[in-house]
Ligand binder design. Sequence first.
Ligand SMILES: [Zn+2]
Length: 79
Amino acid sequence: MRMIPDDFEPEEWERMVDRFADPGGESALYPETADNPRDLPCGTCGKPNRLTGKDKAQGYQCDQCADRAEGKPFGIGDY
Ligand SMILES: [Zn+2]
């Protein structure tokens, strides 16, 4: 169970947890669930088990590729 950050209402946070693999973070990826396993390769870098079926349906790429596409050096996530 993840702690709820101070700047989110519990209900708001629950919605984000249902929708985002990294709620409150920068990732747009969906969380892995029994119905939506993270077992698909990234279409950009080809690394296995990076995307869920929903991610693929949205045309998402993995977090590393998304960061690179936004011009961020790997490993630096915060501005
Ligand atoms: Zn990738």
